[in-house]
Structures are given as C-alpha cells and as structure tokens.
Design a protein around this ligand. Structure first.
Ligand code: FES
Ligand SMILES: [Fe+2]
Length: 331
C-alpha cells in the first residue's frame, strides 16, 4: 500500500458529534469533529490499554476514551488522565493530517512531514454553478482495491457488465478502438462511439430518440483515483457527466469506494436527481458484484496468473506506474 498520498476518509456529513470508526490502509482510525467544527483523526487505539476511542465521547475539543477516561485533543496529545498530574509522552496518540474540501474529508496516512494540502486531488466541477454535484455514493467492497482500479481502467467491461444500464452493443468495440495515452503518472483511456444506440438510462438523460455520439474519457491518477468524463450528444442535445471514483484501501482484501457524480444538464430537476441516483447505484452495484466475485474466485486459486488482451493497455500502463511507485517508496 502506498502511504504517501492523500486518500478519501469520509464524506463531511459522516463526521459529527459522535466519533466515526474507520479502518484505512490497515490502520484503525477514530474521526471526530470538535465543537468549533474542525475535523480530527487519531489512531483508534487508546495508549492506555488499547480500547477503541471511537466508542468514546467528544467533549468540546477532545475525545474521551470510553474505558478509563483519558482525553486526547485533535493533535493526538493526551490532555487529561483522571487522578494524575503528569502526562507521560507515551500517552500521546498518532494523529493524521486532514483536509476538508467540497464535502469530502481527505486523510494523509504517510509521513506527516510530507503532507502537502496542495496535493489533494481537485474536482473543480463540483463547485461550479452550472453543475449539480448532489449525488454521492459509498460502497464497502469485499475485494482488493487493485481489482476495483482494474475495473475502472478497463472500459471493455462496460458492454458486458452494464448491458442493462449504460452499456452498448459489444460489436462496437471492434470498430471503435480505445485510445490509451500515458502522461507522466496519468493514464487516459478515450473511447468515442460516433453513432451508437444509447442504453435505456442514457436515453432518458438527454431525451434522445435516435443514436448518439458517446464519448468517454477516463483518467486514472495514482494511487486509486479515476476521473471520468461521459458525454452523450445528438444534434439536439448534449449531456455531460463527471464521475469521480475515489478508492481507499481498508485492508488488503477490502476497500472503501466513493463515487461522486456531477452533471451539467437539468440540474434543478429533483426527479432526475433521484432517478439518476437509482440508475447509477445499479451501475455501481454491477461493478461491485463482479469485482467481489472475481476476488472470491482468485482467493480459491492462489496459483492463478492473469493474461492480457488488447483492451488491457491502460490497465497494464497503470500497473507499471504502481509498481514504480511501490519500488520508489520502498527504497
Ligand atoms: S484504555 Fe483508554 S483510558 Fe484506559
Ligand atoms: Fe463498470
């Protein structure tokens, strides 16, 4: 796991007066929000006897352990031990740098000296007045985060896994090849289908009656982010969506998966927002289901070695970038 990156920890609304327990990168973390609204994250393991602080109470600017009442501030410093004046240095806890931005709380689990808030991935379309960015999803997925990354870099699955939702006729894959570009550490997959029958969900978004030009540009950014631009247009209408897929490893075999959907059409239409929420939720469940099933079948075959097909160019490029990052962070 690559530690020196910003990862998504939570949606802002999840962190309030009651502490939140969440394991990220194999580390249990307790999140809380102080009375002044600041978010805080400390190791969810009390320095005294190891109780989970996330089961404790938030008192103004501190969190109190549920077991014997030790109190810690947002920086992890132990500030109170019942019936004791001196606080030994060993009482302090590890705290994690956080950045709260556009409804998302980002966490830095690596070397705190290297945490640079300017390196948090930006999603500027989520604050533009011409966009509706209300729709966000969270899934807990019982599979390695690498399998979900593979799914997102692999646009060949769309025609099959999503046949009933956002898919298209699989024979189109032969005529309209995928363009894969690698720019530094980014991998971009572009597929333009100039004249395609839209799936039922897409048909509804643009009130399309015939075929459309379908453009999907998927940009993968290490360690675990995929930003997708999805445009469907005909002579009468053009609808664009931004779908931000943000993954955070939980354990080696499980991950957290957030999807943020923004759209620039019919933005003040709450019925469409609700319908789109449901439609996209079905699409994401299709991905979660195939990825979890793949993890289960891989678990049963430890000797399995995968093979590549032509469609896997983007995925292979990302694997090379991840391997380089892993080597440089180990060295
Ligand atoms: S375990 Fe937390 S105060 Fe004792
Ligand atoms: Fe998918």
């Amino acid at each position: 796991v690559l530690n020196d990156f910003w990862y998504v920890a939570a949606r802002s609304a999840e962190i309030g007066a009651v502490p939140l327990a969440r394991t990220l990168l194999n580390v249990p973390v307790a999140f809380f929000r102080t009375a002044t609204g600041e978010v805080a994250a400390v190791r969810d393991l009390c320095s005294h006897r190891g109780a989970p602080l996330s089961r404790g109470k938030v008192l103004a600017d501190r969190i109190q352990c549920p077991y014997h009442g030790l109190q810690f501030d947002a920086s992890g410093r132990c500030v109170h031990i019942p019936n004791q004046r001196t606080i030994p240095a060993s009482a302090h806890l590890r705290a994690f740098p956080l950045v709260e931005q556009l409804g998302i709380v980002w966490i830095w689990m690596g070397d705190p000296e290297a945490a640079d808030a300017a390196a948090v991935p930006l999603t500027p379309w989520r604050e533009g007045a011409e966009w509706n960015a209300e729709t966000t999803y969270y899934y807990h997925v019982r599979a390695s985060h690498l399998l979900m990354t593979d799914n997102l870099l692999d646009l060949a699955h769309v025609a099959y896994v999503h046949a009933g939702t956002i898919g298209f006729d699989p024979s189109r894959l032969e005529r309209d090849p995928l363009v894969t570009e690698v720019e530094g550490r980014r991998v971009r997959n572009t597929r333009i289908l100039p004249d395609v029958e839209p799936g039922p969900v897409v048909r509804d978004w643009g009130a399309f009656t015939g075929t459309v030009k379908r453009t999907s540009i998927s940009e993968w950014v290490p360690p675990c982010f995929t930003f997708i631009r999805f445009v469907n247009e005909d002579a009468a209408a053009k609808v664009e969506m931004r779908i931000d897929h943000l993954i955070t490893p939980e354990t080696d075999r499980t991950h957290h998966y957030w999807v943020l959907v923004s759209r620039n059409f019919r933005i003040a239409d709450p019925d469409l927002t609700r319908r789109m929420y449901e439609d996209n939720d079905r699409v994401h469940h299709e991905d979660v289901a195939i990825v979890e099933a793949t993890q289960r079948s891989l678990d049963g075959c430890p000797d399995f070695r995968e093979m590549s097909i032509a469609q896997d160019r983007g995925l292979n490029a990302a694997h090379r970038i991840l391997a380089q990052l892993a080597t440089s962070s180990a060295g």
